[in-house]
Design a protein around this ligand. Structure first.
Ligand code: 3SK
Length: 516
């Protein structure tokens, strides 16, 4: 890959890369196509609007947005102006947005119209008063619309913020087993490296590709799939605002015929078991990817039998920004995450920090140029994760003699459900807020498809009686307090929980009980 110049602004780089493609389609969202020429204008206009609104370089702009062309416009426009966009999960409860707005000290929030009531709830919980910019609809008093703000003279290329490749460019929040989500700070250069090291050589992405990612742009995985990668080569991307149900995905696969589909294991399972699964002749994928959690071998094999196309399962992280271990076309080994992506180094270490040999499980460490710089305002967790050149992932892996890596669990108690982290402690803490619950222990369980689901063991207060309706009530209770993927899919009522002498819940014993 070409080395990066010291002065580097990712948005300027993308506009320059595509300056000869003005009439080519960059995006097709639910409202239709947008050309590279139009994207260029929108990015520079949004940058001008942020400057006019008094947003200064390095100030954060929260993006609480569904996947439409307004999201790449806002993300790249903020980078162009030197501001720091922070795309956030659109399924969170208002408390989480209140925390993120305060923690990031966001000077502006760009919000999809449908999410405005939730933002208003969040703002009512904080003293913060960011500028509110509404995408895709009218703005209430005091707020602006994105469409209105784009009615401005665009900044000229020479007015782009003169950023260093290592400057803070954007944040993504990532969750841990305890505490609040961590603001993971990435540089302009990191975006460039994920495209150079993974997307171009591993996926062979090029300007003739049409990409479609079921993972949304606010995830690190989705941001690469739907923004960094296609825009680095002038490809076309299909964006979809709604949830990625099998039906919604099939519609895009058959209507727009993407050549690259970026999925996650739970979705592949749901697609393959759907009666509406398209025929091979109705789709055009040349390659697919999977990340977020390990793809069960049978799922990959079944998909390839149906479509004749491989799924390249890989491992990435928010901290490394994208995939650093991946299968390769033609040498896929289903049931593994593949081999290290060139440009990244991987080590598996034992508890004393020494490398473990092939065949033994170790803690996964990564070294590579797309590593985040730090967690904002969190020295303790930054130090535990970013250890000099190396980054501790929190995953346990085992490598075979051929250099293929297979998932072997987490180093902490975190679960990965539908590709997203779930902290058992966070779910337990919510369950005990319910008046019927005395205590609870939450674990992950592998279902019949080989995917992880959340299971809660609950001890009720003496006056309560276990019942199915109480179990459903507890599930709904968690759903109202946490993001939807976190609620326990199974609730078991028990008389007591296994504990250490000091009273800590022994989740490994719960897992053994659960396994029967
Ligand atoms: O979860 C993953 O495997 C992943 C992949 C790519 C980028 C980000 C993440 C978290």
């Amino acid at each position: 890959a070409a080395p990066l110049p010291q002065r580097f602004n990712f948005a300027r780089y993308i506009l320059q890369t595509n300056s000869g493609r003005a009439s080519k389609t960059a995006y097709i969202d639910d409202d239709g196509p947008l050309s590279y020429g139009e994207l260029d204008q929108r990015v520079r206009r949004f940058a001008a609007a942020l400057r006019k609104a008094g947003i200064h370089p390095e100030q954060r702009v929260l993006l609480m947005m569904h996947d439409t062309v307004d999201l790449p416009t806002a993300f790249l426009g903020a980078l162009f102006a030197g501001a720091v966009p922070v795309p956030v999960n659109t399924l969170l409860p208002a408390e989480d947005y209140a925390y993120m707005i305060e923690h990031s000290r966001a000077r502006a929030v760009v919000v999809s119209h449908a999410l405005l009531p939730c933002l208003q709830d969040a703002l009512a919980k904080t003293g913060a008063r960011p500028l509110v910019i509404v995408s895709g609809g009218d703005a209430p008093g005091g707020a602006s619309t994105m469409a209105g703000m784009l009615d401005i003279e665009p900044l000229q290329p020479e007015d782009c913020a003169d950023t260093h490749a290592d400057d803070f460019a954007f944040w993504l929040y990532s969750s841990g087993s305890t505490g609040r989500p961590k603001g993971t700070v990435h540089s302009h250069g990191n975006l460039y490296w994920t495209a150079e090291l993974y997307a171009k050589p591993v996926l062979g992405i090029n300007e003739n590709d049409i990409g479609f990612s079921a993972a949304k742009l606010f995830f690190a995985y989705g941001l690469g799939n739907g923004l960094t990668f296609p825009l680095s080569v002038g490809a076309t991307t299909v964006l979809m605002a709604e949830r990625p149900t099998p039906a919604a995905v099939f519609k895009r696969l058959t209507e727009h015929k993407p050549t690259i589909f970026f999925g996650v294991p739970t979705l592949y399972v749901a697609m393959l078991s759907s009666d509406a699964l398209p025929r091979k002749e109705d789709v055009a994928m040349r390659v697919c990817t999977s990340a977020g959690e390990a793809l069960p071998r049978e799922v990959g094999e079944k998909f390839t039998r149906r479509f004749g196309c491989e799924i390249l399962d890989g491992l990435g992280s928010t901290e490394m920004l994208h995939i650093f271990i991946s299968n390769r076309a033609g040498s896929v080994r289903y049931g593994t995450s593949g081999r290290p992506v060139e440009g990244y180094e991987i080590e598996l270490r034992d508890e004393t920090g020494h490398p473990v040999p092939a065949g033994e499980i170790g803690d996964l460490y990564i070294r590579g140029p797309s590593a985040a710089l730090l967690y904002w305002s969190n020295r303790e967790k930054s130090r535990a994760t970013f250890q000099g050149d190396w980054l501790k992932s929190g995953d346990k892996y085992v490598a075979d003699a051929d250099g293929y890596y297979a998932y072997a669990g987490r180093s902490d108690d975190m679960l990965k459900v539908s590709g997203q982290y779930v902290s058992p402690i966070e779910v337990e803490n919510v369950l005990i807020e319910h008046p019927a619950v005395l205590e609870s222990g939450v674990i992950g369980k592998t279902d019949g498809e080989g995917l992880t689901k959340t299971v809660a063991y609950v001890v009720l207060n003496r006056s309560e009686t276990p019942s199915d309706s109480l179990a459903n009530d507890l599930k709904s209770f968690v759903k109202t307090k946490l993001a939807p993927h976190k609620y326990p899919r199974e609730i078991h009522f028990v008389a007591e929980l296994p504990k250490t002498a000091t009273g800590k819940i022994q989740r490994f014993r719960l897992r053994a009980i659960d396994a029967g």
